[in-house]
Design a protein around this ligand. Structure first.
Ligand SMILES: N[C@@H](CCC(=O)N[C@@H](CS)C(=O)NCC(=O)O)C(=O)O
Length: 263
């Protein structure tokens, strides 16, 4: 049993002061670079980040003339707390997108919302009929609700936490496996997660759960979670991994920020 005593009012422990803090807002002035394209994407090759590069590459694959500049926000260096980035996403998380088309400047944050924004704008990867669209949104919102338990819960305690805490690992492994079973049972009778069409829901879910079952998320977690048992999920994950746009998106080079930060 731990000898931890709950204080009446929580204060940040000295040992936890680092990039994570219990406050929001920018921490330093930083001017973000801008390229020539109408879309400026500030991101990184993480599961939430790759959703957007996959979407852009899929739109290109449809023959749409679309261009974006891709800049690296190094979250391990704290770039997400620079003033320009926080002005685009006050939540200080990648990915964040600026749409500069038609002389306007629209900021878009939350990866699922960026997918929805681009799907709406280009009428792609999101069906138009209410019933089909609703089923896609069921799964898109499922992903945004479920993945924090996979990443912030399971991934954190399995891989990143400085000590292995059995209660936390067991609790989040149980939930991660339950989520894998949800997907596997659905995919037993459908090609894609919302039916027979590939949509933004597949892009969002694959970026987390597809990468997990491919063994690309947290080292050793594919074996630990026995992902091969989820055969339908595995079939779906491989189908999406084979898409040319997905391969291109995973190979993308991120331009570094020129060092304009005043930290
Ligand atoms: N719900 C957000 C989550 C974004 C998110 O958690 N991004 C992570 C990387 S995958 C991040 O920027 N972390 C930096 C930090 O927490 O300081 C989304 O889907 O866009």
């Amino acid at each position: 049993m731990s000898d931890y005593q709950l204080p009446r009012v929580w204060k940040t422990p000295e040992t936890m002061i680092g990039l994570n803090r219990p406050t929001a807002g920018s921490r330093f002035q930083q001017t973000l670079p801008r390229g020539e394209a109408i879309y400026q994407l500030y991101s990184l090759g993480t599961p939430n980040g790759i959703k957007v590069t996959i979407m852009f590459e899929e739109l290109k694959e449809l023959g749409i003339d679309i261009h974006y500049d891709l800049f690296k926000i190094d979250i391990s260096e704290g770039d997400q707390f620079g003033s320009d980035f926080v002005a685009i996403n006050p939540n200080s998380k990648i990915p964040a997108l600026l749409d500069l088309s038609d002389g306007k400047e629209i900021r878009v944050f939350e990866s699922a919302n960026i997918l929805l924004y681009l799907a709406d704008k280009y009428h792609a990867f999101l069906p138009e009929t209410l019933s089909e669209k609703t089923e896609v949104l069921n799964w898109l919102f499922w992903q945004t609700g479920a993945a924090p338990f996979l990443g912030g819960g399971f991934g954190h305690f399995f891989h990143y936490a400085p000590e292995k805490i059995p209660y936390a690992i067991d609790r989040y492994t149980m939930e991660a496996k339950r989520q894998l079973d949800v997907l596997d049972k659905e995919l037993a009778h459908k090609t894609y997660i919302s039916g027979d069409q590939y949509t933004i829901a597949d892009i969002a879910i694959w970026s987390w759960y597809g990468r997990l079952v491919e063994g690309k998320l947290y080292e050793g977690s594919d074996v630990f979670l026995d992902v091969n048992a989820y055969t339908h999920l595995g079939r779906w994950a491989r189908t999406i991994a084979d898409r040319p746009a997905v391969k291109r998106a995973l190979d993308k080079t991120y331009q570094p920020l020129s060092d304009t930060a005043d930290r």
